[in-house]
Design a protein. Structure first.
Length: 227
């Protein structure tokens, strides 16, 4: 006999969305980012067979506590979000039996937390959020956040980090070399990894075009495929 779910998923998503929008923080974590990662998660869950009753509340609430990128608490941000999300979901009468899965998915989504997803649902949430760090949206978010933090587009000396270690605090482009160009191997789902590869090719094309326009060619292949 099939056990019917007691969750009204559309209603739950509506409530989670309302709560999540209250916590939107910096330019890279606005309402549009939230809508994109939710769309990513819905698509990945459908492709990979993940449980939407876990994935959707987790992805809606994955940033429900705002911690700035330069905060000393940044590595704890996903755990803070997970704890707050659990409180919010209990108020929405979300099933207690599914709550640990949601908490884990939120805790594991963050790059800085370094937590390995232990479930398919958590892998989908991590991949969905990470996809928005690359491709056209990823470029836009990187530049918006750099502008908000008053960092230049690229360093005037060695802009492509060919003779120095990249440093996020130096420029927006440095962030490509510290993180964005290296994300593909971290994707957990086959569908997510394939899409990440496509979006990373866009990042490389952006850097090549920027280098052309800046008149400072990219001479080396520091990330294993920039040129």
């Amino acid at each position: 006999m099939t056990v019917q779910s007691v969750i009204d998923l559309p209603l739950l998503e509506t409530r989670c969305r309302e709560l999540a929008l209250l916590a939107c923080g910096d330019a890279a974590h606005d309402a549009l980012h939230l809508e994109r990662v939710v769309a990513n998660a819905r698509w990945l869950a459908g492709q990979e067979g993940a449980n939407l009753e876990v994935v959707m509340p987790a992805i809606w609430l994955h940033d429900c506590v705002h911690v700035s990128k330069d905060s000393p608490d940044r590595s704890r941000a996903s755990r803070l979000c997970a704890a707050h999300a659990a409180t919010l979901l209990r108020q929405l009468d979300y099933p207690e039996t599914l709550l640990p899965a949601v908490v884990h998915a939120i805790e594991a989504h963050s790059w800085s937390a370094g937590i390995v997803p232990e479930t398919l649902d958590a892998a989908v949430v991590q991949d969905a959020d990470r996809l928005d760090s690359i491709g056209a949206a990823g470029v836009a978010r990187c530049l918006m956040l750099a502008a908000e933090m008053k960092r230049p587009l690229y360093a005037p000396t060695d802009p492509w980090c060919e003779q120095r270690q990249p440093d996020d605090k130096v420029s927006a482009v440095d962030h490509f070399y510290t993180k964005l160009l290296h994300l593909v191997p971290t994707f957990r789902t086959p569908v997510g990894r394939a899409e990440a590869a496509r979006r990373t090719a866009y990042l490389r094309g952006f850097l090549e075009q920027l280098a052309h326009e800046a008149g400072v060619p990219i001479a080396l292949c520091k990330d294993g495929g920039t040129t």
